[in-house]
Write a protein that binds this ligand. Structure first.
Ligand SMILES: [Zn+2]
Ligand SMILES: [Zn+2]
Length: 143
């Protein structure tokens, strides 16, 4: 869903500053996940940038990793609790919360996934490409 030309370096950090992140090939598309796990994790939809596998962390000792499913884990700062990534185990692909980054330049809200798990009490007005959980899994198994 992202093209090479859109990739850029993005830098960010957690609330306390113990963990700093440099995503060397971050996409410019912002995605939202409405699945029950993401909403329980963060209290609302997870809004992220697909940063691929070229992600460097400073202060790695302060990162706790929660093994959240067979295929992915989730990292957070053990000091301030800021969520740092949702990571696909097989590919090392990091979905990084967009709010960590200092600069919102060029970002575009492009897609929403698990739209079928979105509760009725909120709805984004942005026009985005939306996938159900089933459609998302199908996309992964096709390539
Ligand atoms: Zn922190
Ligand atoms: Zn999710």
């Amino acid at each position: 869903m992202r093209s090479k030309s859109e990739e850029t370096v993005r830098r960010g950090h957690c609330l306390c500053g113990d963990v700093k992140i440099t995503a060397r090939a971050a996409g410019s598309g912002v995605g939202a996940c409405h699945c029950k796990m993401c909403r329980r994790w963060g209290g609302g939809p997870f809004m992220e940038i697909d940063c691929g596998s070229e992600v460097d962390f400073e202060g790695e000792d302060n990162i706790s990793v929660f093994d959240s499913s067979k295929w992915a884990d989730r990292g957070f700062c053990r000091n301030c609790g800021t969520h740092l990534f949702y990571r696909i185990k097989a590919s090392g692909q990091h979905m990084v919360p967009v709010g960590l980054f200092d600069d919102a330049e060029g970002l575009l809200f492009e897609g929403q996934v698990f739209i079928d798990e979105k509760p009725a009490y909120y709805e984004f007005a942005n026009q985005t490409k939306n996938l159900t959980g089933e459609e998302l899994f199908k996309l992964f198994s096709d390539n």
